[in-house]
Design a protein around this ligand. Structure first.
Ligand SMILES: C[S@@+](CC[C@H](N)C(=O)[O-])C[C@H]1O[C@@H](n2cnc3c(N)ncnc32)[C@H](O)[C@@H]1O
Length: 118
């Protein structure tokens, strides 16, 4: 089987590849831990201006960094950035969610003490 297209560089790249296979233009997707916004930006570009990304984080620094990155790349329009625990996502999301990303760990550049504990 030809797999030359399938070369994710790391776990995040692998998750982007998988999400790119099931979600696309106009879909609703979730970034459960937006951090510095890199995954949110990937999702916002994937779904485009007709889609919707709901992005959550519990740290204000993460929310600000994500909003700034999206603004720089003209992708704020299709994104709702929410300062809240992703366990409450059901309170915010409207419509059917096509895919969700949970990039767990600490905020790069932030406190290593603040992580998700399930
Ligand atoms: C590894 S970072 C995410 C990286 C991010 N997706 C990016 O592209 O930069 C993990 C983030 O999860 C957030 N987090 C931890 N527990 C959370 C929770 N229960 N709900 C929402 N965010 C949470 C942390 O604040 C941290 O910013």
């Amino acid at each position: 089987m030809e797999r030359s297209w399938f070369r994710p560089r790391n776990a995040v790249g692998f998750s982007h590849t998988l999400i790119g296979m099931i979600a696309g233009e106009g879909d609703t997707v979730v970034d459960a831990t937006c951090g510095n916004g890199r995954d949110t930006l990937f999702l916002a570009r994937l779904v485009g201006p007709r889609g919707k990304v709901y992005a959550f984080d519990i740290q204000e620094q993460a929310i600000n960094n994500t909003r700034r990155l999206l603004q720089e790349h003209d992708c704020l329009e299709q994104t709702v950035v929410i300062l809240d625990d992703h366990r409450y996502m059901g309170r915010y999301i409207k419509g059917t969610v096509r895919a969700a990303m949970f990039n767990l760990g600490y905020l790069p550049g932030g406190s290593r003490e603040i992580i998700t504990i399930t």
